[in-house]
Design a protein around this ligand. Structure first.
Ligand SMILES: [Zn+2]
Length: 64
């Protein structure tokens, strides 16, 4: 596990909390803990995370 620094919602000034969220990519859905604002529901997806998750999905697809 890598340590994550808190991300603050710029609208509400609230700390975003990791929330299990379903994402879809190329017609395949997968879940990831996405930082989400408990107040307004704004999600924050770091580019790094998006890339790594998508890479994982692509690898799974290639295995089949
Ligand atoms: Zn917010």
């Amino acid at each position: 596990m890598t340590e994550t620094k808190p991300v603050i919602c710029y609208k509400c000034q609230k700390e975003l909390v990791p929330t299990k969220t379903y994402l879809s990519y190329l017609g395949h859905s997968f879940s990831a803990d996405i930082l989400k604002c408990p107040e307004c529901g704004e999600v924050y997806i770091p580019e790094e995370l998006a890339k790594s998750r998508i890479a994982e999905v692509e690898m799974q697809l290639e295995d089949k």
